[in-house]
Design a protein around this ligand. Structure first.
Ligand SMILES: Nc1nc2c(ncn2[C@@H]2O[C@H](COP(=O)(O)OP(=O)(O)OP(=O)(O)O)[C@@H](O)[C@H]2O)c(=O)[nH]1
Ligand SMILES: [Mg+2]
Ligand SMILES: [Zn+2]
Length: 424
């Protein structure tokens, strides 16, 4: 049997306390629930103070080193987080072995674009395992429907399972896929993810049948994630004859803005059918959308037109996402000024908003006053024309006329700017 990835490890005695490793299966305000495989127990654990101080994030799915394990009390202390293999951003979940993208064939009707969006997103999030496609509600589908779905995705290299949580069709095969793995069930709302998980392990009693409305009310409330265990007993009932457990996570559907996009020129690598043609495209910076002489465009007759349309949509989305980012970063950049040209001494300080300009004005006034005093001119602050002050407050003048260090110190003091943060 393949070792339970991320879940197994040995325990050892050290100085009277038991040390071991485990996997976080849930976190909450008061601590973490950690599965310890040697004891086959869930332990309620706190993170050692040092980890909190160092702000080491610990999320569901993380493997952690434990100390002070007390099987009687069911408690332990997390001393460190072990290296992560991957980290899903939504929901936050570490060390995922595979993602099963669940879609309904009908109710709601399967949608090719939505399917491709989920594929691209999870290929980016879990890079070393191809998502599995699970089409649910087969009880509502015709044989032709099922054949059509297989004929689209199997030639692309995806594993396709067709199941029904209503009749149990295909669930033994689905259970086989889960053995000794941590699997995330993802997919649109209402496709039957929770119903499937309840079928696999009735003790989960996950809520089902609550359709969220178009405005997303009731969504995004899942801020923490949880790994559920499908028991050996249950797996055996589903026809699995190995000694094994499986860990699964349920997730809510995605909003459009939550899908990850690759860079525009990298979208093609997430479409295996197009990637095969793109490797032979003679252009290195080709979007494969309009370029004369592009190898993808020359072979479009070999591509499912719907897949190409979905590809086009995603490239364009990625392009506009990129241009929005560029605009935002230009705005951020123009709000930042580099002060001090000397090598290694330049600091980035924000240009002054109105609120702070008046403070800097005072700095300028003081400088001017000092200069005026030196020149022995009897001018007080009020005699300085505000327009002149505004001109002096012009950043080029500030940079040239005032000491860089003084100015940046002033600004840092006044605005509490973290110069290091500005550079990251
Ligand atoms: N006919 C049929 N209905 C199903 C099947 N699986 C689930 N359903 C129904 O589909 C509805 C939605 O199921 P859920 O399990 O709540 O869907 P979900 O994917 O978890 O949805 P969210 O939690 O909103 O993301 C429920 O009314 C289920 O009874 C199936 O295989 N066949
Ligand atoms: Mg659900
Ligand atoms: Zn091309």
């Amino acid at each position: 049997m393949k070792a339970l990835s991320g879940l197994s490890d040995t325990s050892k005695e050290s100085g009277g306390t038991v040390s071991s490793t485990g996997t976080v299966i849930r976190s909450h305000a008061g601590g973490y629930l950690v599965y310890e495989p040697e004891l086959d127990l869930n332990l309620l654990c706190q993170a050692r103070g040092r980890l909190k101080k160092e702000r080491v994030s610990i999320v569901t799915g993380d493997r952690v080193a434990l100390d002070d394990v007390d099987p009687e009390k069911g408690s332990g202390v997390i001393t460190s987080r072990l290296e992560r293999e991957n980290l899903l951003s939504r929901p936050l979940l570490a060390n995922v072995d595979q993602v099963i993208i669940v879609q309904a064939i009908h109710q709601p009707d399967w949608n090719a674009l939505v399917c491709d969006r989920y594929l691209v997103h999870f290929q980016l999030e879990v890079r070393d395992s191809l998502p599995v496609l699970c089409f649910n509600k087969s009880d509502l589908a015709s044989e032709d429907d099922k054949k059509a779905l297989r004929s689209i995705y199997e030639p692309l290299g995806y594993l396709v399972t067709i199941v029904s949580a209503a009749t149990g069709e295909g669930l033994d095969r689905l259970a086989d896929l889960l053995l000794s793995k941590k699997t995330v069930f993802a997919g649109p709302s209402g496709v039957g993810k929770s119903t499937l998980l309840n079928w696999l392990e009735p003790e989960l009693r996950l809520k089902t049948g609550i359709m969220e409305n178009d405005f997303g009310v009731g969504r995004h409330t899942t801020t923490s994630s949880e790994l559920y265990r499908i028991s050996e007993r249950q797996l055996r009932q589903l026809g699995v004859d190995e000694d094994a457990v499986a860990w699964v996570a349920d997730t809510p559907g995605f909003g459009l803005s939550e899908f990850k996009h690759p860079e525009p020129l990298d979208v093609v690598w997430q479409f295996p059918d197009l990637a095969k043609l793109a490797v032979d495209c003679k252009f290195s910076d080709c979007t494969h959308l309009v370029e004369q002489g592009c190898n993808v465009l020359a072979n479009l007759d070999r591509i499912d037109p719907v897949r190409f349309e979905n590809y086009t949509i995603m490239v364009k989305e990625s392009q506009s996402e990129k241009s929005i980012l560029r605009e935002t970063s230009t705005k951020v950049e123009s709000a930042v000024k580099t002060v001090g040209g000397r090598q290694g001494k330049a600091v980035h300080v924000p240009l002054l908003s109105g609120r702070y300009r008046s403070k800097a004005k005072n700095t300028v006034r003081q400088q001017l006053k000092r200069t005026a005093d030196l020149a022995d001119q009897d001018e007080d602050d009020d005699a300085l024309d505000d327009d002149v002050i505004d001109d002096l407050n012009d950043d080029d003048l500030i940079e040239d006329d005032l000491s860089d260090d003084d100015l940046s110190d002033d600004l840092k003091d006044e605005q509490d700017i973290d110069v290091d943060d500005e550079e990251t």
